[in-house]
Ligand binder design. Structure first.
Ligand SMILES: [Zn+2]
Length: 635
């Protein structure tokens, strides 16, 4: 489907969250790192709604609280202390983090605030032990240029990252608090982005500026994007947690498609004459119909003392099976709500009952009991009666929203770019002051000092690399985007290896190695530099570098010299090479006689296959050519 985004009045705003590479966390001295393996400490808390000063309680938080959700927090002593556990007040704000945030703000032409006030932002899911996230606005009203268009940066904030969710089992949710308190910078654009591609380009441009500071974390999970997306007649939908840049345009495309299809369903419902008052909260217990059912889902629930409850959606027949985006039907939207509000496994509905092994007799009995016609849809939930009731109430609520079109909500991104329901969109008045952290004045002097040593902007870096090292734009861009820019400059300076080769190795070759599953993070920079030094000293060849690097990641204690020895990648001397080449000519005598100098290419292939990594191709070519010409003269 070709979509005219202009005609749809697509508006997208981005919120980029980037972890900063500081020595300590934002409000304590813990290491801003994640831990692997078993936790040293666990503690259980009951989720509690936090009341703002205005006395408003987030309805979703209150709901979770009522349900009795408990959170098991996991910690170790290196990455968390009493602050993360909410047993001790936060310390003063981390000045290093504040400085990085201010640098980012200045690079985006934003105006820093005079004084930093830390605020509490209510969170509802247990991802913060306190029930709120600490955040502070650092600067306002910036802008960046992307393809000649000015993209307003509404604000730049500094905040603490949340705990990370490890799993969920019924009413128990597990979170790890190592991530809690890692400094994050949040960059928020105005909703001026008009196409999916533009959204991706803006995110890329912001990411480049963040990385240009060289003081942000790298790797998976260290940058996360939230998107606000709306189209004309649709609604503002917030999509959280897009980790891959390449996914952004996909997420926008799918969301537009989802909203368009929801509007079509609305129009169809209006055409069918469905009114909000038709959607009654009349829940029927229809367990008896299914006591002998062959449907596994229902059978299992009934065998565990569950009940089968049902509601009728008048004139909704056929609509629940409509696909909104790949893998998500309209019925799936109802199901997501049922899962969230009822903590049930999902729903069954009349558009798909047969596929689940419900018999014709059971369906007609169900319709008779529910007084449903062919035009109506029926939704079933089989679970504990309280859960099933909550689930069906949520289904009715969602069906009512379908009459209006697109509900405003917060959705989570899936790895394929589709999304799922996360929670209702939080209302206003979610912020109130954090009284435990004193405000920080930002002086003009301090800002002037920061302005004097602002990092090089990404475009300037690319041009400088091209001019200084004679590498092409593509390599310069890849290098500037990579985490190896500094390393590149050190290697070229210290080893004398050709810049283009170093750049290509650190970008393209390293990317290929990562794809192969080589853990490049396991090898320190010093060893990479040393490997290139050996190439510069002609102890080994350029071609040997990938093999050496790979071997070093598997042998932590070893040096690049060890790698060369172990792998048999020591350079062959010119004298030895000459003798070897004589041997190759002898072995392939008939080929040489037959093709003369034309055998050069074939022989090169054979020799390089055997000696790759231990000889320079140029040297082989030169010696081989000389030898062949000698041979031909003799003949
Ligand atoms: Zn701590």
């Amino acid at each position: 489907m070709k979509i005219d985004y202009g005609a749809l009045d697509l508006k997208v705003g981005l919120e980029c969250h980037q972890q900063l590479a500081t020595r300590e966390k934002l409000f304590c001295k813990c290491k801003p790192q994640l831990f692997k393996g078993d936790p040293e400490i666990t503690f259980l808390r009951r989720l509690r709604p936090t009341q703002s000063e205005l006395g408003q309680i987030d309805p979703a938080a209150y709901f979770e609280f009522q349900k009795g959700v408990k959170i098991l927090y996991e910690a170790n002593s290196e990455t968390s202390c009493l602050v993360e556990m909410d047993e001790e007040p936060p310390h003063e704000i981390n000045r290093e983090a504040l400085e990085i945030a201010l640098i980012i703000a200045l690079m985006m032409n934003a105006k820093p605030v005079d004084e930093i006030y830390v605020m509490r932002k209510i969170v509802i899911d247990g991802s913060n032990t306190t029930g709120f996230q600490r955040t502070c606005v650092v600067a306002l009203n910036g802008s960046i240029k992307v393809d000649g268009k000015t993209i307003p940066i509404q604000h730049i904030s500094l905040e603490e990252d949340a705990a990370r969710k490890m799993g969920e089992d019924g009413l128990l949710v597990r979170y790890r608090i190592d991530r809690l308190g890692i400094p994050l910078v949040e960059v928020t654009t105005g909703p001026v982005i008009n196409t999916p591609e533009e959204a991706e380009k803006v995110a890329l441009a912001i990411g480049r500026i963040l990385r240009a500071t060289r003081r942000v974390k790298r790797g998976i999970g260290t940058i996360r994007q939230d998107l606000n997306i709306s189209i004309r007649g649709g609604a503002l939908v917030e999509i959280k947690g897009v980790q891959e840049l390449e996914l952004i345009s996909k997420v926008v495309e799918y969301e537009v498609q989802r909203q368009i299809n929801l509007l079509k369903i609305r129009d169809e419902l209006i055409r069918r004459g469905v009114k909000e008052k038709d959607l009654k909260e009349e829940i029927f217990d229809v367990t008896e119909i299914f006591t002998g059912t062959k449907c596994q889902v229902l059978k299992r629930a009934i065998s565990r003392d569950g009940r089968v409850l049902a509601v009728k959606l008048p004139k909704f027949s056929g609509l629940l099976g409509l696909e909104l985006i790949p893998g998500l039907r309209f019925g799936g939207e109802l199901s997501d709500r049922a899962k969230f509000w009822g903590r049930v496994g999902g729903i069954l509905h009349t558009d798909e009952l047969r596929a689940y092994g419900v018999s014709e007799e059971e369906i007609s009995e169900l319709k008779r009991r529910m007084n449903a016609s062919e035009e109506d849809a029926i939704v079933l939930v089989a679970d504990k009666i309280e859960n099933a009731k909550d689930a069906l109430k949520a289904v009715i609520e969602r069906a009512r929203e379908a009459l209006k079109g697109v509900p405003e909500e917060t959705r989570a991104a899936n790895p394929d770019g589709t999304t799922r329901y996360m929670r209702p969109r939080p209302g206003a008045a979610r912020m109130y002051p954090e009284t435990d952290v004193p405000p920080v004045k930002i002086t003009r002097d301090y800002l002037e000092r920061l302005k004097e040593k602002l990092p090089e902007p990404p475009d300037v870096t690319v041009r400088r690399l091209m001019e200084k090292y004679g590498i092409n734009e593509k390599l310069a861009r890849q290098l500037s985007d990579s985490e190896y820019l500094d390393l590149f400059e050190v290697i070229v300076k210290e080893t004398g290896v050709a810049p283009t080769f170093v750049a290509a190795t650190l970008t393209e070759t390293f990317k290929a190695l990562r794809r192969e599953g080589v853990n490049l993070d396991a090898i320190p920079d010093e060893k990479i530099i040393e490997a290139f030094r050996l190439v510069g000293l002609e102890k080994t060849s350029k071609e040997a570098i990938p093999e050496i690097i790979k071997w070093l990641t598997e042998h932590e204690e070893a040096t690049p010299s060890d790698a060369i020895k172990e792998l048999g990648l020591t350079m062959i001397s010119d004298d030895d090479l000459k003798t070897l080449i004589d041997g190759y000519i002898e072995k392939n005598r008939s080929l040489v006689v037959e093709r003369g100098i034309g055998s050069l290419g074939a022989l090169m292939g054979i020799i390089m296959r055997d000696l790759r990594g231990r000889v320079k191709p140029e040297t082989v070519n030169k010696i081989l050519r000389e030898k062949l010409l000698e041979e031909l003269k003799k003949a």
